[in-house]
Design a protein around this ligand. Structure first.
Ligand code: GLN
Length: 356
């Protein structure tokens, strides 16, 4: 069956349908990872986006039990050059096509993903329509579509959940968290309380936590004023950590500014420099907004910077015991260079001196 992808600049891309058949309006972004499609598909930070993979063959090791970053597919649609009909891997449970079909998510293949990526790089992130007939109404549909503001609060946890451990007691706010973050905290031995996004500061403070994390999540950080207020209420009450959307929320709560990037960072090999050690680490990234490094208030220290474009990748506020990174130290998918960052923070929050 034919599938058509219309881009906001008027481009029409003709391809073949795979996965579920479902007309969708969304925002189109590209990911440069050569592997990791299962983690990408299930990462909640991709809600409401069509992801174009720059790597030309996707799905070759199938879908397995271990690489889920959340229970469902979170991307709105998936666009690839070619997908594997016969995946091969000892852990493979099903094909990419069957996975998309079972979760009701549409795909398009047989398209020039390099051309689309170049367009996004030149023009910036665009809106798009995936459909199954050539239609004269495509541009009108695209123009009337706007990216929803509630994406970080969708499919949210209804009640808090506790995960046992003997180490530090850490709270994690669900803004669309990746399982990798929880996995990382549990592997450090933490007792973790996962909180719904709308939990009040009083409840969080009454749980006797050693530290609190703001998770990754989709959308514009400024669309979450109540979470920015929560962050302000928690300032100085306990050590805080933010990852990706969490980094942006903490920056906004400190009075800094964020803005939408031209086409964002999405992939598994983004070089980031640790400004203290001057060592470069290769990081996993997925974001379309950034914190304006120049807007960080007094008392904050820039900790990481992106080597490719100089954008801010992390900051500390030692006075308020805040630490935040824009990239994904929990990896999933990606290299393990940032592995020590969460573990190092956990060691700190248990340290009496840090908490004195
Ligand atoms: N992975 C994330 O948390 C992404 C944060 C935010 N939604 C952005 O696109 O910049």
């Amino acid at each position: 069956m034919k599938a058509y992808l219309y881009l906001e600049d008027g481009t029409l891309v003709e391809g073949e349908a795979f996965g579920a058949i479902k007309e969708t309006l969304s925002e189109i972004v590209f990911n440069t990872g050569m592997t990791g499609y299962q983690e990408i598909l299930t990462d909640p930070s991709y809600r409401e986006q069509t992801v174009v993979m720059t790597y030309p063959i996707v799905g070759n090791y199938g879908i397995n039990k271990n690489d889920f970053e959340s229970e469902d597919i979170q991307v709105k649609a998936f666009a690839v050059r070619e997908y594997s009909v016969h995946p091969s891997h000892y852990e493979c449970d099903e094909t990419l096509d069957d996975f998309l079909k079972s979760k009701g998510i549409p795909g398009i293949y047989g398209i020039d993903t390099r051309m689309i990526t170049k367009k996004i790089r030149n023009i910036g992130t665009m809106k798009c329509l995936l459909t199954y007939d050539k239609t004269s109404e495509a541009m009108e549909k695209i123009n009337t579509y706007s990216f929803p503001k509630d994406v970080a609060r969708r499919n949210a946890l209804k009640e808090k959940m506790t995960f046992d451990g003997n180490g530090a007691k850490i709270g994690l706010l669900d803004l669309g968290f990746k399982r990798g973050i929880l996995r990382e905290l549990l592997s450090c031995g933490c007792k973790v309380i996962l909180y719904p996004y709308n939990t009040g500061a009083d409840e969080i403070m009454s749980d006797g936590l050693d530290g609190f994390m703001f998770s990754n999540g989709p959308g514009d950080p400024k669309d979450n004023p109540e979470i920015i207020s929560l962050a302000k209420e928690l300032f100085g009450k306990m050590p805080l950590f933010g990852i990706c959307l969490g980094h942006q929320i903490l920056a906004l709560a400190l009075g800094a500014d964020t803005f939408k990037m031209k086409f964002g960072h999405r992939g598994s090999n983004h070089p980031v420099i640790n400004l203290k050690s001057q060592k470069v680490l290769i990081s996993s990234q997925n974001h379309g907004y950034e914190v304006d490094g120049r807007s960080l208030p007094e008392g904050t220290v820039k900790t990481y910077e992106n080597i490719n474009d100089g954008t801010l990748e992390g900051f500390d506020h030692p006075g308020l015991k805040i630490k935040a990174v824009q990239f994904h130290p929990e990896e999933g998918p990606g290299p393990v260079d940032g592995h020590e960052i969460i573990a190092g923070w956990i060691n700190n929050v248990k340290d009496d001196e840090y908490n004195a």
